[in-house]
Design a protein around this ligand. Sequence first.
Ligand code: SF4
Length: 549
Amino acid sequence: MGAETELVQTHPHPVALHVISRPQPLRDALLTWYDQVHALRGMPWRKPYNHAWDIEQKAQRAYEVWVSEIMLQQTQVATVIPYYNKWMDRFPTIRDLAASDIDTVNGLWKGLGYYSRAARLLNGAKKAVEEFDGRLPDNAKDMENKVPGIGRYSAGAICSIAYNERVPVLDGNVHRLLSRVLALHAPPKAKQTLDVLWAGASAFVPDADRPGDVNQALIELGSTVCKVREPSCGVCPLQQWCAAYERQEAHGQGKEDEGTNYATSNSGNQRQNVSDIEELCTLCEPLPVGSRVSAYPMKAEKKKAREELDIVNVIEWRKNASGARWFLLVRRPEGGLLAGLHEFPTAQNVPVTTSPTAQITIADTLLSALLACPPPTRSSRSAAPSDSSSQASRRRPAKPSPGTRDVPHAGGHGLQVVKIVPAGDVLHVFSHIRKTYRVQWVLLEGGADGSEPPSLVERPDLAFEELAAAKPKTVKGKSSRKDGSTSSEKARGTSPTSPPQGQTTQWVPLDAVADANIGTGVVKIWRQVRALWADGEKDEVADDNGHDA
Ligand code: SF4
């Protein structure tokens, strides 16, 4: 037998170890602790429940708790507080929110990340006003089933806190806390594991006078005491009932070889007295002997995020070299990832082998789709007279990098692509995707009578899949369209390659780009392009002084 195997703990234990059968003393200790700490972190959404509230006041509380719960998903309390206060100033009631729009909501959300949460709040508010007379349902079952974006956890939190309903919560904090109290070392996302933990959370609330406070106490304890790393067991109100702590201490006192008699141990006191071999736990996976409490819950196997490459085109237009600078932004559709946010025109999820030449083709295709009178494409530019090249080379806001393609040629209406400059890669990690944004700066000049930027197609039909392939598609026996759909498919909107509908475009002045409704990834892209210009400007100064760039 190898050393590694000897380290594995194999003590069998009863299923009852993972059941809370006498919750009263745990709940009392929990609430005593919570009453002392509940105000310490200054959360504006945390208010005591008042039995005298009428139905409107309860519904208002439900709205406030809902906003806070959605904001707190994947975000720290300290970060959320100022956003919550700003939000409630702007949308004090659910009706105020429902009357708003995705742009305003995204504007308030800017910097908080995971923008789909903002869209969910807006959609949920609209539904509550349209279908429930402006009040979120007063029970967790209806709330979970009828309000988009509210799951079992949020419904439990909102209904227990605002409506005093005796329903449990199980967020990440409570999951960790109960995994330790119950010494449950099982695949953390497996249905059986979650069933055990939901049952544990449920044990706290059936006869609780203050179910909302019980739930908030569990969340607070998990968040501030039973932390992921270095939990503060010394000050934990549940320490005497915590099976993980008991195991850890037993090992420290050299009792490990005896095993723990869970039917009679301290932690076992709150559980059923079960010794029948039939009821041994089959859920837990072995743990190394001497594991500390932080070994619980069992670590999840991390799914590898999928890798994607997008080609991002920061398209700039100016009348001439000294003219005002404008940038093209596309507004994403109101549904799906980053709903309603603005971004630079992008070809999404292209093959990683996309060549620099294909990137130019992508820029051409996008310009053709976005501009009412686009500049000539590469093929026509390559036939352009050479004298226009020397003209363009004098107009340089930045020194071209080695990969720069100077591609000047004026079309019949005078609009020209002066250059396309690679600006490097930006990595942005979503929860399930690692995006590499390959950025190129596309500079346009001319083509307008006055100082206004070129006219845009009002609702461009950006065929992203075609852009990814960077080649036209044909459909045998039918007339093919730019996005590969047939006329009849297009008319029905059923083309398999149709992009999300509802995109709109606009030119934005240089100074206004950073203030537009752009997400964190686009902010990074914008910084990178600006850095490119800063480098270019420095190089140009070096050139002017006669030094090597
Ligand atoms: Fe968590 Fe320690 Fe308390 Fe157990 S005793 S619940 S491990 S903080």
